[in-house]
Structure formats: C-alpha cells, structure tokens
Design a protein around this ligand. Structure first.
Ligand code: C2E
Ligand code: MG
Ligand code: MG
Ligand code: MG
Length: 285
C-alpha cells in the first residue's frame, strides 16, 4: 500500500510540475519542508580515466527521498527549485554535504579522488556563492583539490562571470563545464575562462557510434580542449563500443552506466573506494 501510494504521489508530483497550477505551490511547500527535514540525499557516480580504466573520482548527484513519496529525481525538482529560489538552500546543502562526505572518506583513510558537484547558474550568480565555498572549505578542512564545481554554459555568459570564475579558481577548486556542446560557449569566452574540464554531453556520446555528426562534434570538442589545455570527460557512456570510439577520439575521462550508476555513499564506498587494489579497479568491465 505504501509503495502504491508512493508511486501514485510520485506521478502526481511529476504531473504537478508540468501543470503550473496550485499544486506547484504544494510541491514547493513540500520541498521547503523536505530540506528542513533532511530528506535530500547525495548519490555518487564514479568517474574513470579512459586510458587506465582507474576510478579517479565521482560526481555527486542530489535526490529527494521523501519517506512516503519515494525518490524524486533532480530532473523533477531542480527546475522547481530554480523557479522558486529554493535552489539556494538546496545548493548550499549539496555543497556542505559533499564536503562533509569527502572529509569523512579522507578521515577513514580512503581516497575519493576528485569529487564534483553541480551548481546552477542562479546559485553561482547569487552573491555569497564564493564566500560559502570558501567557508565550506575552511570549516570542513577538505583540500580544495578534492572538489570540482560543474557549471552549465547557460550560466557563463554574463559579464561578471569571469570575475566569479577567477574567485572560484582562487580557492583551488576545479571548474568543469557541464553538458558541453548544448549551450552557447564561444571559443573566445572559453579561452578566457579559468576552466579545467569540458564535460561532453550525453547526447553526443549516445550518437558517437553511428552518427557522423555526433562523432565530429566530439572530435571537435576534444581538439579544442587540447588546444586550450583542458581535459574532456564524456557523460553517459553506456556501451563498450562508445568507450572504444571515445578512446580513439582522445577523450580523457568518462562516466556512465557501463561502469557505474550513481549510488548512495555507503554503496559507493564499498564498490569504488574499499577494494583490495585501492581505486585501481581497471578490469571492471
Ligand atoms: P548532469 O549534471 O548532467 O548529470 C548527469 C546525469 O546523467 C545524472 O542524472 C546521471 O544519473 C545521468 N547519467 C549518468 N550516466 C548515465 C548513463 O550512462 N546513461 C544515462 N541515461 N544517464 C546517465 P540525474 O542524477 O538524474 O541528474 C540530472 C540533472 O539534474 C543533472 O545533470 C544536473 O543538471 C541536475 N542535478 C543533479 N544534482 C544536482 C545538484 O546537486 N544541484 C543542481 N543544481 N543540479 C543537480
Ligand atoms: Mg553534472
Ligand atoms: Mg552533465
Ligand atoms: Mg548532461
């Protein structure tokens, strides 16, 4: 019965989002309460080096786990959070929680590599973002090199962006551009941005085996990244064939269901951090 109700309510809530009705307000209220009740949870997806196959880090991805509504995916509630300003408390929670988790792993003698988290453009352009990042680093004692922020292209075109990115870089935290290729980044901008990594959108990775266009785009992104001294990370790698092509095209890193789905921290830890060979599980596939 609980399960049925959970599924029903989930469908209800998903529908509410597309309706723009008073139900949206209910969902907004529920999310507000959810944040207070600590119902958000981070899943971690492993990131691998294409050449060695080693797990070199993870991406933290938020979920909303309501006790009876079940798990709500970020694709469902992040847009609502962005519309209502709730993205600020959500984003703040995510950053604090990533730092807490990385600190906990380091304290256990585990090496999580570099762990990234997503920052929406609204959050980035909200004045205290960099202050919060600095404060989070300070209070958690996490080395800045263990963290990376993922920003989307859409958030990067404003005039004040370079100053913001330079401040983030100044903390020692890496910057990756997420879903690269789907937005409007111009070469001119990219050259001036203190960015370390371009994440090639899953849409291109999906087509890399049989779409010459997708393949050319990936090839172009890799070439451009090389020219600018950036690394490339392919998102959403699901098949061996995709990985083979990406490897031939020179992508540096990848993540995807082929090797690892996003999982809760305790599972991530067992699967990717606590192994006989440390993080070098190169023969996973
Ligand atoms: P994203 O940052 O581009 O994250 C990648 C998404 O692709 C994740 O979906 C991940 O689970 C999914 N994915 C990874 N590998 C594969 C694969 O091989 N196949 C397929 N089909 N999917 C794959 P998820 O976790 O549902 O997140 C969706 C989006 O929600 C994220 O896209 C990001 O834009 C946003 N998001 C997630 N967590 C946060 C957060 O903490 N803050 C903000 N602002 N946005 C977040
Ligand atoms: Mg991301
Ligand atoms: Mg992405
Ligand atoms: Mg994407």
């Amino acid at each position: 019965e609980a399960k049925r109700r959970g599924r029903y309510t989930y469908a209800f809530y998903t529908q509410a989002l597309t309706e723009g009705s008073t139900r949206r307000l209910e969902l907004e209220q529920a999310l507000k309460e959810g944040i207070d009740r600590d119902e958000l949870v981070l899943f971690y997806q492993p990131v691998f080096d294409v050449e060695t196959g080693q797990c070199v880090g993870a991406e933290a991805l938020v979920r909303w786990e309501h006790p009876d509504r079940g798990m709500i995916s970020p694709g469902t509630f992040i847009p609502l959070a962005e519309d209502t300003g709730l993205i600020l408390p959500v984003g703040c929670w995510v950053m604090t929680e990533v730092a807490r988790q990385v600190r906990a792993w380091l304290d256990q003698g585990l090496d999580p590599g570099r762990v990234s988290f997503n920052v929406s453009s609204q959050q980035l352009h909200n004045a205290p973002f960099v202050d919060l990042l600095e404060e989070t680093l300070r209070s958690s004692g996490v080395p800045a090199g263990s963290l990376e922020v993922e920003l989307t292209e859409s958030g990067l075109m404003a005039e004040e962006t370079i100053g913001l990115l330079n401040r983030i870089r100044g903390t020692g935290v890496d910057i990756a551009i997420d879903d690269f290729g789907t937005g409007y980044s111009s070469l001119a901008y990219l050259r001036r941005f203190p960015v370390e990594k371009l994440k090639i959108d899953r849409g291109f990775v999906e087509g890399v085996e049989d779409s010459p266009e997708a393949r050319s785009i990936v090839e172009g992104v890799v070439a451009m990244a090389r020219a600018l001294g950036l690394r490339t990370q392919a998102e959403g790698v699901e098949t061996r064939e995709q990985l083979t092509v990406l490897s031939a095209l020179g992508a540096d890193l990848y993540q995807g269901f082929l090797r690892g789905r996003p999982v809760p921290a305790p599972i991530y830890e067992r699967q990717w951090l606590i192994t006989d060979t440390g993080r070098s599980v190169s023969d996973g596939v």
